[in-house]
Design a protein around this ligand. Structure first.
Ligand SMILES: Cc1cc2nc3c(=O)[nH]c(=O)nc-3n(C[C@H](O)[C@H](O)[C@H](O)COP(=O)(O)OP(=O)(O)OC[C@H]3O[C@@H](n4cnc5c(N)ncnc54)[C@H](O)[C@@H]3O)c2cc1C
Length: 504
């Protein structure tokens, strides 16, 4: 856009949202040109700005959102809804520039009604703030994604997020009772909170990743804050024994808050079998350990295939963590013992320690990516889901497919009655930025293809974004895609909402 056009854009948006809520400075645009898609971090380290919106605007009311959408539509400008930018699939990156609409000024908890078990929350509220405020009413949403400090309610609903306790509380779509949204025509749409008969508009908008409407608030089901917890760690004989144990725990009718299994390599990163206290070494020692770790990562990554092969030879012990929460210690213990009877069939009881340790570190593991990039390596995660009959074939197929390019770690989390999600972490060498990017692309393509061919879904909770959009037709088929494109045209006739992603 030419400077004069940008100035007129600024003036128009300032009329809608107020002078302090519009920005088009280069640093702000660069900041909003990326999300937490790992390759975007590499570009940023190189000082490259590949994508940037023309302008960022922070609306404060639904009416302002409507006026911004209508303005964008009249001027054929792309519009990207933005929560906190924690998407790892380039969902919030403005691929075609235009207006980025950051919802964080609409970040309040509007009401809490524990008797009716529901809370109404504005879309831009950051997850941890929501939990902190709910806690004052002795309530919890029960939604704890690892990104809880840097993601919003709107982003969760838009991307069908899952928290660490989803086996018990469900994913965000299970908690969603109602929402308000502004469609691509600028119309306000209210759905729920009462359950309506007929096709479910709520679930159509949930997971629409900013391509059908801008979500402005959500009504979510909440729960009394648990006061008791009983937990355990187990060393499972093998990944297969662990997966079978997950399945049997669910089939027995148990619904633990946490039930996670780590493959042998991921067991090491999850803290393995040590006791639960957070042992912090003195600062200098910690720094030295950090340097050593990044050096050994460099050596280990010299040949990922070799590391993967070596790991095939070590005992396939896999850490399993299980926990029940509630309002009675006795009930939690009772449920835990029922689960332990099943888990003992495939593994050894390690006591409370590993589970305690898991709780202590549950939100910190995901934030270590920068250290990997600094060690001349790349890292990314790929989360898919499969029914129990396919879980192990997906696990093996992805490992085989990525064997040469990267070290492959996997944990099995978010277990349900019918299956579970597989969360892979790939870590590969990047001797040069270009080589790293090439290997990254190859590993990602091969891993995704292998997972789909082995019968996994495209995504369990990160969404489709820009990086998986190409593969959606494989999953939905021609008829499915045709219908969804018709839906897109109805909600957003001019195709202004988040172009280049899920449905465009
Ligand atoms: C360290 C780390 C750990 C993570 N752990 C988890 C995890 O445990 N579970 C999990 O589910 N995800 C996880 N993620 C992924 C990410 O946090 C989720 O996808 C989250 O739902 C994105 O929320 P956000 O507010 O940051 O949305 P953004 O990244 O800003 O946007 C994500 C998508 O939603 C759209 N969007 C955002 N807000 C709105 C709105 N109000 N209306 C319409 N569309 C909107 C955007 O256009 C984009 O397409 C993790 C990410 C990181 C970086």
């Amino acid at each position: 856009m030419r400077p004069a056009e940008l100035e007129s854009l600024r003036r128009d948006l300032e009329r809608i949202s107020g002078i302090r809520n519009v920005a088009l400075s280069a640093p702000t645009r660069a900041l909003y040109g990326r999300d937490l898609y790992p390759k975007a971090q590499v570009w940023q380290r190189r000082g490259e700005v590949r994508y940037a919106p023309d302008v960022v605007v922070w609306p404060g009311t639904v009416d302002e959102v409507q006026r911004i959408v209508r303005y964008a539509r009249a001027r054929h400008l792309p519009l990207t809804p933005f929560g906190a930018g924690s998407s790892v699939v380039a969902g919030a990156m403005p691929l075609r520039a235009g207006i980025t609409v950051d919802l964080k000024r609409m970040g309040r908890l509007l009401s809490v009604d524990l008797a009716s078990r529901r809370a109404v929350v504005q879309a831009g509220m950051v997850g941890q703030r929501l939990e902190d405020e709910l806690m004052r009413s002795y309530a919890t949403l029960g939604h704890f994604p690892s990104s809880i400090y840097c993601s919003t309610v709107g982003g969760w609903v838009a991307a069908r997020s899952a928290g660490q306790l989803s086996s018990h509380y469900g994913k965000i779509e299970d908690m969603l009772l109602g929402l308000t949204a502004v469609t691509g025509t600028g119309d306000e749409l209210r759905v729920g909170p009462e359950r309506s008969p007929g096709p479910d508009l709520l679930q159509l908008l949930c997971g629409s990743e900013g391509t059908l409407a801008v979500i402005t608030d959500a009504t979510l089901s909440i729960h009394p804050l648990p006061t008791a917890r009983a937990m355990r760690g187990f060393r499972m004989r093998s990944v297969a024994a662990g997966v079978e144990a997950l399945r049997l725990v669910f089939r027995a009718g148990l619904r633990p808050q946490v039930l996670r299994l780590y493959d042998p390599l991921d067991s090491l990163s999850a803290g393995s079998e040590r006791q639960g206290r957070e042992e912090r070494p003195p600062r200098l020692v910690a720094q030295a350990l950090g340097r050593a770790a990044s050096k050994s990562l460099g050596y280990a990554l010299f040949s990922p295939a070799l590391v993967n092969r070596a790991l095939d030879l070590v005992p396939p012990r896999s850490l399993l963590v299980v926990s029940f929460e509630g309002d009675s210690r006795a009930t939690c213990e009772e449920e835990l013992h029922a689960a332990m009877d099943i888990l003992r069939e495939g593994g050894t009881d390690l006591g409370e320690g590993p589970a305690r340790r898991w709780y202590l570190r549950r939100h910190s593991q995901s934030y270590k990516q920068s250290a990997v990039f600094a060690a001349r390596a790349w890292v990314d995660t790929m989360e898919v889901a499969a029914t129990w009959d396919r879980v192990l074939s997906v696990f093996e197929a992805v490992r085989r497919a990525v064997y040469r390019e990267a070290m492959v770690l996997c944990h099995f989390s978010h277990a349900y009655l019918e299956g579970c999600s597989l969360y892979f972490t790939f870590i590969g060498p990047a001797p040069t930025v270009q080589k790293g990017e090439e290997d990254y692309d190859r590993a990602w393509r091969a891993g995704m293809q292998a997972a789909q061919e082995a019968g996994a879904t495209l995504s369990h909770h990160h969404g489709v974004g820009a990086t998986k959009a190409r593969r959606l037709p494989d999953e939905l088929g021609d008829a499915g895609m045709r219908l969804l494109r018709l839906v897109k045209r109805t909600f957003d006739p001019d195709g202004i909402l988040n172009p280049g992603k899920l449905l465009a």
